[in-house]
Design a binder for this molecule. Structure first.
Ligand code: ADP
Length: 678
């Protein structure tokens, strides 16, 4: 217990202090308790321990006890800042005095009660701490319990998740199987149906022998049933294509006027000359043009018109096209037909749904048309809605982006690729699937590459004339063509054979790809990391090749800059010889364009200095000059330069070819300077 008592309490419990002082009253020795209680030590004057105003009494104690024994001499000393009464006994000692003071009882009692108060405070503090500890433990137990419960429910959720995942997977698989079965069965249906329809047509042709009227009627039935079935099969096939995401977008540019004109020609035969229903096409704004899948737009509008004609007994069916909000186009097909009750509005867009009506029984239909139309509308980034009431006719509105979002993205991407970004290594991507192109662009642009997207071999060839890419990523199965020949072209051409080519396609044709020179072959789909790692490794060159132009003529430097715009070269310029040499040493460019005539140094001097420095010794130099060179000058220059180029002959093509040749000669074309720079 005492061991844990605070020092201040200890002071109170020690009741006596022993002191020795010299004749002047300066302490020469004090005992431990005095040290602790009075916070004093040898060297201090005893009077300085006295409570204020009582110093004299202390002095007198000193003087008296120097000569004789003194008993019960009460003085007030400061203990912890508080005045406390001590009863002193004193006796002469070595010219000074020895003193023993004892706290008088009242003060000792007061101190003791203070101690006990503090102790009881401590005890209650201790009790409180214990209570808090118990509370903490209770809470910790509670937390542990909750944690256990949470873990259990977590396990439950995880199991549920796994089950859900499994269910989703099996549903997806079921949906896939359904789509595949529908697609396959539909395909299989079409062939025999073609034969049935062909044979029916043959039978009905009087040139092939006549049928009895009864037989003719029967064959007519076969034919119309066959046609209905054919239509159903076609709709099913289209729907399954949309569902399985296999539908492809074939965007074209077309005017709304031409589009409705063609539609009119197609639909007119459906309305008989004496029909009480008039089919009207309103002329759209002359400059309204779309860039989207025309065939799919046509399929939707045709379907709406044919429905409108089916469910309209008299009056008219009107087709319009106009601009909608936010660069959209609205096609509207309105009729004066039987109309549709609001409660059926949502259902008619479901598969195999038809609204009961006397007219319904008389017309043909599969109940798939609107379902397919809505899917098509959504595929085109648009929507299909209906406004109708029974007996009041119907208006179907098909709204779609004037330019398909994918086309917009593609345009943006192509535009971005027109300007080469300095510091980004260009990668030519030959891929007909826009989605995949977008994906590659996203992957590559994050990592310092610039995608040059092309969708046909022809476009790829054109881009190669403009840019030398750091790598080529290509699909070999393109829409309407394969790119095998392009691959072999790339790899057999001197100028391009060292560009790394990565073939990514759907079919395993690795052997063929490798045989034609592909540096890598991968099956789709390709992950980001996989692609980037490989590209970084292949296009080891770093982003661009550096060119230094040393020429005092500002106009000529400008000209060169313009000629080399959109090339993968990073240009730096110097207007004087020394400046050029400094930059050459600092930047170690891959190539130097050097003007023959400089104001401060001759080209010979610059060349000599370049050759003298190991850092710049191997940099190829293209010397360009507007002067006719002397034979000996030429001979001398040819030793140190890769090419001599007449300024007046300089064109973009010449410049690029010469640069490529020069880089190629030093091996930069293949290992991109790794060896030179070490
Ligand atoms: P169907 O092959 O039966 O025409 P759709 O999916 O095209 O299939 O249409 C579904 C149903 O919606 C039709 O059967 C008809 O009941 C109703 N419907 C569609 N268009 C109209 C219209 N213009 N007027 C009245 N009812 C219509």
């Amino acid at each position: 217990m005492t061991a844990s008592l605070p020092a201040s309490l200890w002071h109170f419990l020690s009741r006596e202090v022993a002191l020795v002082c010299d004749a002047a009253g300066t302490l020469t020795w004090v005992d431990d308790r005095a040290v602790r209680l009075l916070e004093t030590g040898p060297g201090q004057a005893l009077r300085s321990l006295a409570a204020q105003g009582t110093e004299d009494k202390v002095d007198r104690l000193v003087t008296l006890s120097r000569d004789e024994r003194v008993e019960r001499w009460e003085v007030i000393l400061c203990v912890g800042g508080q005045p406390r009464t001590f009863a002193f006994r004193g006796a002469p000692h070595e010219g000074g005095s020895a003193l023993v003071g004892s706290l008088v009882t009242e003060d000792y009692a007061a101190s003791l009660s203070q101690v006990s108060e503090t102790l009881s405070e401590l005890a209650s503090l201790h009790r409180e701490t214990e209570r808090q500890q118990r509370e903490l433990k209770r809470r910790a137990d509670e937390l542990a319990r909750i944690n256990r419960e949470l873990e259990e429910s977590n396990r439950g959720v995880r199991t549920l998740h796994a089950e859900l995942d499994e269910k989703t997977e099996s549903l997806v698989r079921a949906a896939e199987i359904k789509s595949r079965v529908v697609a396959n069965v539909s395909h299989e249906f079409r062939t025999p149906l073609h034969s049935i329809l062909g044979l029916a047509r043959l039978l009905l042709n009087p040139a092939n022998g006549s049928l009895s009227p009864e037989q003719q009627k029967q064959v007519q039935f076969i034919r119309s049933s066959g046609e209905a079935l054919f239509e159903l099969v076609n709709d099913l096939l289209d729907l399954s294509k949309m569902e399985s995401g296999k539908a492809t977008l074939r965007p074209v540019h077309f005017g709304a006027g031409d589009f409705l004109g063609a539609l009119r020609g197609m639909m007119r035969p459906l309305v008989l000359a004496d029909s009480p229903v008039e089919l009207r096409f309103e002329t759209p704004p002359a400059d309204l043009a779309l860039e989207t899948d025309e065939a799919k737009v046509s399929q939707v509008v045709r379907n709406l018109v044919s429905n409108a004609l089916k469910f309209t007994e008299k009056g008219h069916v009107t087709v319009t096209a106009e601009r909608g909000p936010e660069d959209t186009v609205c096609f509207r097909v309105s009729d004066t037909g039987i109309g549709i009750a609001p409660e059926h509005h949502a259902h008619i867009f479901e598969e195999f749904t038809q609204v009961e009506s006397p007219l319904q029984k008389q017309v043909k239909g599969t109940g798939l048309g609107l379902a397919l139309s809505r899917r098509l509308a959504e595929f085109l980034g648009g929507s299909l809605t209906v406004q109708s009431a029974p007996g009041r006719g119907s208006t179907f509105t098909f709204t779609l982006p004037r330019v398909h979002p994918e086309v917009m993205e593609m345009v943006g991407m192509t535009e971005r690729s027109q300007q080469l970004e300095p510091g980004r290594a260009p990668v030519l991507v030959l891929e007909d699937d826009r989605q995949t192109l977008f994906l590659y662009e996203k992957y590559l642009s994050r990592s310092g590459f610039q995608v040059l997207p092309v969708r046909t071999v022809e476009e790829a060839r054109r881009t190669l004339q403009r840019v030398r890419p750091a790598a080529v990523v290509m699909d070999v199965m393109l829409e309407g063509e394969t790119s095998w020949s392009f691959l072999s072209e790339l790899k057999s051409n001197e100028a391009t054979r060292d560009i790394p080519v990565l073939v990514v396609t759907l079919m395993d044709r690795e052997q063929k790809a490798r045989a034609l020179g592909a540096d890598e072959f991968w099956l789709k789909p390709l992950g980001e990391e996989q692609l980037l790692r490989k590209l970084a490794e292949m296009a080891r060159s770093g982003p661009v090749q550096k060119l230094l132009i040393i020429d005092d003529d500002e106009v000529h430097r400008y000209l060169l800059r313009q000629l080399l715009r959109d090339t993968p070269y990073l240009l730096s310029e110097a207007g004087t010889g020394p400046e050029g040499l400094r930059l050459a040493r600092e930047q170690t460019p891959d190539l130097i364009f050097l003007d023959f005539v400089l104001p401060d140094m001759t080209a010979f001097d610059v060349l000599d200095e370049l050759k003298a420095d190991p850092r710049t010794r191997d940099i190829p130099v293209i010397l360009h000059t507007s002067r006719q060179l002397q034979e000996e000058e030429r001979a001398r220059l040819e030793k140190g330069t890769s090419t001599i180029l007449a300024k007046h002959k300089l064109s973009r093509e010449v410049a690029i070819t010469r640069i490529r040749d020069a880089l190629h000669k030093t091996g930069l074309g293949t290992d991109r300077g790794e060896s030179r720079r070490g």
